[in-house]
Design a protein around this ligand. Structure first.
Ligand code: MSP
Length: 647
């Protein structure tokens, strides 16, 4: 089966944000799911660069439009890379390959009489890049509920596209294809809108030059929406390209609810006029709203720096949150608090805990080797049945473009597995002589569950799946969707490799108050290219060389490390310095697994007054650099003897 999926092409008039990222992350999850099913997938995203608002923003920055968008496009690409977006192509509407197709289509529609020249008189909203008639305005402003901004009176010679001619054909198509516009609420909205009567659409502008010139009348540039929608086929090389022959029609155009109207009315009419098959589904999801309730958007200025968020929490956690939090057919609420809450409960407590407990028991009771399973009992039979039910539900929800529903179902299996650990109590079985085969079965079931959950998580959190497979010693060749339906895949003898925690618990308070303010309440309109400017703590007051000489810094060798019980943050390190052992308690457990540090030569403050932390006397402090949630212990490249001075 072939599967062509698209995101909207984004306006590069500011850096992408967490709201913009939702559509792309969701499209990526669907694309990955279909690839895992063995389908022939093509995933397109890109940028919509020929808009009037781009010219205005570039001007306000004193830049040429193309130089300006080049910078922002790099930010989009960088964000998609950080978020593991597996797109096959990224189209920019300033590319020649796109211009050519738009020109060809404009000319064809003109020649067949679907585009004609006349005069436009009406109102234009530049932020929405939309024409309005006088009677639609609300208090003389843009009637789009998300906009409400000033509109400008236009009176210019224009080309018009005969939408009205195709109105009945479009209604018929929508009624004959109940799945064409989804979800159903958007479909009903669209039917009402079309039944209200379509007016011919103004499809050219003469008051500025930025954009694609109308080939037979270069005074005009093509209206940005007509130009933009064509990206879905220009990227495939319409009309003769191999990709076009192979992938068109699209399986789904995914987008926010704000732009369904353009995709469910103008786009199908362009395609009908070209006698090209229509996409199968136009899906409009809700918006991410900020805590205060407004849409997260560049213009509202309530945008958090997505790069910073990824650095703090990792791309998997961001992907999980975005996909899990917005329920199908409604808007979602975004706040950093709820992101942390989900991370700690669903990812660290539920999934992370299950994996780490399971692997720890395989290590403890079977030396890290997955044992051969004994006879399954009713309990295992029940698990398998639930596993199969969950896979079927996840499939159904993904096919209905409902990632939150898919994850909700997936987590039923995660919870069940945690319960299974408690029910089977391997720590008790381990002490009972006659229960060794039963213990084998339970431990084997843990490993199979890690495998199944790893596959099911792959569309949503690709990095996580890699880690789960690696820690459980499972080969990547076993990463295929159908394999999640089976429970007897792993043989015996696989060596597990425990690694660092999949999702360390996060305490929002660990980020400094200033940083908090700068990021959570970032209500400021900064130029796009500067949005990711790094902020540092101010340099402290001057000290004399004598003050500095009081601090005795030494090289120390880490002999042993372990987690301090009942905390997520502390590691207890046994170190050697100047021929003597010492204990140091350090708040680095969320960044280093104990085994990562053993044998390393680090730097300590050797004459720091001892202090008690969780009842343990800490004799000194390890030096580490930290920035925006990332922490690095200072480790010597070359080994100097433990005790050497650092100055
Ligand atoms: N350039 C047009 C689309 C042309 S498609 C042929 C456009 N661009 S946009 O940059 O304004 O972004 C559009 C898309 O970004 C929305 O449709 C939606 O998919 C996504 N989102 C932007 N803000 C969002 C939220 N706060 N929440 C969810 N999605 C949001 O319109």
């Amino acid at each position: 089966m072939k599967y062509y999926i698209t995101t909207p092409i984004f306006y590069p008039n500011a850096s992408p944000h967490i709201g913009t990222a939702y559509t792309t992350v969701a499209a990526d999850a669907f694309a990955r799911y279909h690839r895992l099913k063995g389908h022939d997938v093509y995933f397109l995203t890109g940028t919509d660069e020929n808009a009037q608002k781009i010219v205005r923003t570039a001007e306000s920055q004193g830049m040429e439009p193309l130089a300006y968008v080049d910078g922002v496009v790099e930010r989009f690409k960088a964000l998609w890379e950080e978020l593991d977006i597996s797109y096959d192509d990224f189209i920019r509407t300033t590319e020649e390959r796109h211009h050519e197709v738009v020109k060809k289509i404009f000319t064809k529609l003109y020649e067949q009489g679907d585009i004609y020249k006349s005069e436009y008189e009406g109102w234009y909203c530049t932020p929405c890049e939309t024409f309005w008639t006088e009677n639609k305005l609300i208090d003389g402003k843009c009637p789009n509920p998300d906009c409400g901004r000033d509109v400008e009176l236009l009176k210019e010679e224009s080309y018009f596209f005969k939408l009205s001619k195709y109105q009945d054909a479009l209604l018929r198509h929508i009624k004959d294809h109940p799945d064409f516009i989804q979800p159903a609420s958007r479909r009903n909205e669209m039917i009402k809108f079309i039944e209200g009567g379509l007016e011919d659409l103004c499809v050219s502008r003469t008051t500025f030059q930025w954009g694609i010139q109308v080939p037979f009348n270069p005074k005009h540039v093509v209206y940005v929406w007509l130009d933009a929608l064509i990206n879905y086929i220009s990227a495939l090389g319409y009309p003769d390209g191999e990709l076009y022959q192979r992938y068109w029609p699209a399986e789904v155009h995914l987008m926010g609810k704000d732009i369904v109207r353009f995709h469910a009315v103008i786009w199908p009419i362009i395609l009908m006029a070209l006698d090209v098959p229509l996409p199968k589904v136009v899906y409009g999801h809700g918006w991410y709203l900020s805590k205060e309730g407004g849409k997260i958007s560049k213009s509202r200025g309530n945008v958090q720096d997505s790069f910073k968020l990824i650095r703090r929490y990792g791309s998997d956690a961001i992907r999980y949150f975005l996909l899990r939090e917005m329920q199908v057919g409604t808007d979602g609420a975004y706040s950093e608090d709820s992101l942390v809450e989900r991370l700690n409960s669903d990812l660290a407590n539920d999934l992370g805990n299950f994996v780490s407990r399971s692997l720890a028991m395989i290590v403890k009771y079977r030396g890290g080797v997955i044992p051969k399973a004994g006879e399954p009992t009713e309990l295992e039979a029940e698990l398998r049945a639930l596993g199969q039910e969950v896979v079927a539900k996840v499939e159904e929800r993904l096919e209905a473009h409902d990632p939150a529903g898919a994850l909700e179902n997936l987590w039923r299996l995660v919870s069940r597995m945690n319960k299974y650990v408690d029910e089977t109590a391997p720590w008790t079985l381990a002490k009972q002589e006659g229960q060794q085969e039963r213990l084998d079965t339970v431990l084997h079931t843990f490993a199979e569950a890690i495998r199944v959950l790893g596959i099911l998580c792959a569309p949503f959190m690709p990095k996580l799946t890699g880690k789960m497979f690696r820690q459980c010693g499972i080969s990547d060749e076993l990463l295929a969707w159908e394999a999640a339906k089976e429970w007897d895949v792993l043989g015996e003898g696989i060596q597990v490799q425990r690694g660092e925690a999949l999702f360390p618990r996060i305490d929002l308070a660990q980020f400094s108050i200033e940083e908090e303010k700068a990021s959570v309440n970032e209500i400021k309109e900064t130029p796009a290219v500067e949005e990711n400017k790094v902020e540092f703590e101010p340099i402290k007051e001057e000290i004399s060389i004598d003050d500095f000489a009081k601090i005795d810094l030494r090289v120390a060798k880490v002999l042993h490390a372990e987690k301090v019980e009942k905390t997520d943050k502390l590691l207890k390190l046994e170190i050697e310095v100047a021929g003597k052992p010492r204990t140091i308690v350090s708040g680095i457990a969320q960044h280093y697994a104990p085994e990562d540090l053993v044998g390393k030569h680090v730097v300590i403050v050797a004459n720091l007054k001892p202090a008690k932390l969780r009842g343990i006397t800490s004799e000194g402090m390890i030096l580490a650099a930290s920035h925006e949630g990332v922490l690095e212990v200072l480790v010597l490249d070359k080994e100097l003897p433990a005790g050497a001075r650092v100055k």
